[in-house]
Design a protein around this ligand. Structure first.
Ligand code: PEP
Length: 251
């Protein structure tokens, strides 16, 4: 049985006061009973320290939304893996489609970041996904295969055990258009097969593959009940405690 992981990507939202309010409501609303899912929040850099303090003693874990692959130096505006680790991060989102499309990040750079995260004891949430044009021209599998192979290039099976893959069809992110459970399951199964071919059946069987793209409390249950969907990477719906809790409860 794979674990279920629900992660919230806050993107560029929430100042310190708003972060405090959201986390307080989230921690308060989480069931005190043992839950069978892992919960991660990924606030902006400026709220990481505060968040680390506020989630202490709760089941919530901390992640960042990006990082650079160098250790330190003249990289204005960037942040390193060890800085994230120092604030209490356990996870880091890498290769998000907004990083790819708005900031021009390519597979090779994402691969360097994944390697640096792993060697710094941070667990990557590695995002892959096709655009609408790619889906409509029937090249979804080809695109996913390229992103998975290049992103995970040079990693060992042991490394893979620390990675979560998030399948996020770009056309479903922030658009309100969710992939149908069947559409999502099809790609998740394909990703698991890629991992099995590249690493091993055991590695494929173990790896957590999240779905992301307009996940909400009312569609979470059906998506999460698919055989190869092991959690959700949530954008818009994680900005309100009630809707994020709704998704966690569905899991
Ligand atoms: C995301 O940004 O990773 C995401 C899935 O966003 P949304 O849930 O808003 O589609």
């Amino acid at each position: 049985m794979r674990r279920i992981v629900i992660a919230g990507n806050w993107k560029m939202n929430n100042n310190l006061e708003e972060s405090q309010n959201l986390i307080s409501k989230l921690v308060e609303g989480l069931s005190k009973d043992k839950m069978n899912c892992e919960v991660i929040i990924c606030p902006p850099y400026t709220s990481l320290s505060l968040s680390a303090n506020l989630i202490k003693g709760s089941m919530v874990k901390l992640g960042a939304q990006n990082m650079y692959f160098e250790e330190s130096g003249a990289f204005t505006g960037e942040i390193s893996a060890s800085m994230l680790k120092g604030t209490g991060c356990e996870y880091v989102i890498l290769g998000h489609s907004e990083r790819r499309s708005i900031f021009g990040e390519k597979d090779e750079l994402i691969n360097k970041k994944i390697k640096k995260a792993l060697s710094s004891d941070l667990k990557p949430i590695f995002c892959v996904g096709e655009t609408l044009a790619e889906r409509e021209s029937g090249v979804t599998n080809e695109i996913i295969k390229g992103q998975v192979h290049e992103g995970l290039n040079g990693l060992s099976e042991n490394d893979l055990g620390k990675i979560i893959i998030a399948y996020e069809p770009v056309w479903a992110i922030g658009t309100g258009k969710t992939a149908t459970p069947n559409q999502a399951q099809e790609v998740h199964e394909f990703i698991r097969k890629l991992i099995s071919d590249k690493f091993s059946f055991a590695a494929a069987d173990r790896i957590v593959i999240q779905y992301g793209g307009s996940v909400k409390p009312d569609n979470a249950k059906e998506l999460l009940s698919q055989k190869d969907i092991d959690g959700a990477l949530v954008g818009g719906a994680c900005l309100k405690a009630e809707s994020f809790l709704g998704i966690i409860n569905a899991a």
